[in-house]
Design a protein around this ligand. Structure first.
Ligand code: FAD
Length: 273
């Protein structure tokens, strides 16, 4: 930090249980994972939080494993570990594709999937994947563990059902049948925040999710229903444009985002034919 005598408090738990106890008894505390979002917030003065909980040493929250039909990814797993995982590449290639497009190698080495979810940016690149994959978010407090469907996790712009005394501990992903598809549209190939990002699955029923086109990641259910019922692509594109609510900001415009979302839908539908 820039100050010689830091006004920041850092708690160092020795175990997940220890961390959960600190959150309950000594909160509010802001969990720190890879800190790629937190340090930016602190440096720009955009983050008012002063009391932090370092998750860095909690190895129980790291790692990727297959448990029966479920792919389980610990919250502290980095983008790099996701990209390198044979299990992810085999079962959820769209997640590996999303992780490959996050920041650049330095950010991928530090940034975690739990941090991407908890940060809750509508432009978070793993979020459309988790939505289209029907992921579950595992939340733990000192007293309980609960699993929330990812599509119910966000309640508004950067707001979620996570309570202050809970940590995201893991993500669970059921097996997916069908072709997976991911595309991020940004200014450059690296270090670029999405203007529009889409993940989709073409299986028995299509599943389509988009980021950067609304206050939270959007699961395009009406578009999915239309395509499943045999609508033309043009009709589905029209419905998708109604389902999203993009804004003008420094990265893009409403008109551009609407147009790109429709084109991504067409590209997905053609590529997976
Ligand atoms: C240069 C740069 C480029 C970037 N490019 C991209 C990009 O292309 N795409 C993209 O999606 N993101 C991008 N990011 C954002 C960031 O790297 C990701 O959101 C990353 O996944 C955050 O993970 P982290 O572990 O660093 O989170 P942290 O910074 O440690 O935490 C982020 C938030 O999540 C909370 N948190 C972290 N872990 C947990 C947990 N287990 N339980 C509860 N709360 C938790 C923290 O309290 C904090 O509020 C970029 C950031 C930078 C600085």
């Amino acid at each position: 930090m820039r100050t010689a005598i830091s006004p920041l408090v850092l708690r160092q738990p020795r175990s997940v249980r220890d961390a959960l106890r600190m959150l309950r008894e000594d909160g509010p505390l802001t969990p720190m994972a890879g800190c790629t979002d937190i340090y930016v917030g602190l440096n720009f003065g955009a983050l008012a939080d002063r009391r932090f909980l370092n998750l860095g040493g909690l190895d129980a929250l790291r790692g990727i494993e297959v448990r029966g039909e479920v792919l389980r990814i610990g919250a502290l797993t980095t983008c790099r570990e996701i990209i390198r995982s044979a299990d992810v590449r085999r079962r959820l290639p769209m997640l590996a594709a999303a992780a490959r497009e996050i920041g650049a190698v330095q950010i991928q080495n530090r940034g975690t999937i739990g941090g991407n979810i908890a940060n809750g940016s509508p432009a978070g690149d793993t979020l459309p994947v988790l939505s289209a994959a029907d992921a579950l978010v595992e939340l733990r407090s000192i007293d309980w563990t609960r699993k929330v469907p990812f599509t119910d996790f966000y309640t508004g712009y950067r707001a979620s059902v996570r309570r202050p005394d809970e940590l995201i501990t893991a993500i669970e992903l059921p097996r997916i049948e069908g072709a997976q598809w991911f595309r991020k549209v940004g200014t450059r190939a690296a270090q670029s925040i999405s203007k529009v990002v889409m993940a989709a699955v073409r299986g028995e029923r299509p599943r389509i999710a988009l980021g950067s086109v609304a206050p939270t990641v959007v699961r395009a259910r009406r578009t999915e229903d239309a395509l499943a019922a045999g609508a033309t692509l043009a009709e589905a594109q029209r419905i998708l444009q109604e389902e999203i609510s993009p804004i003008d900001d420094i990265r893009s415009t409403v008109a551009y985002r609407r147009e790109v979302a429709a084109r991504l839908l067409a590209q997905f539908w053609t590529d997976t034919r």
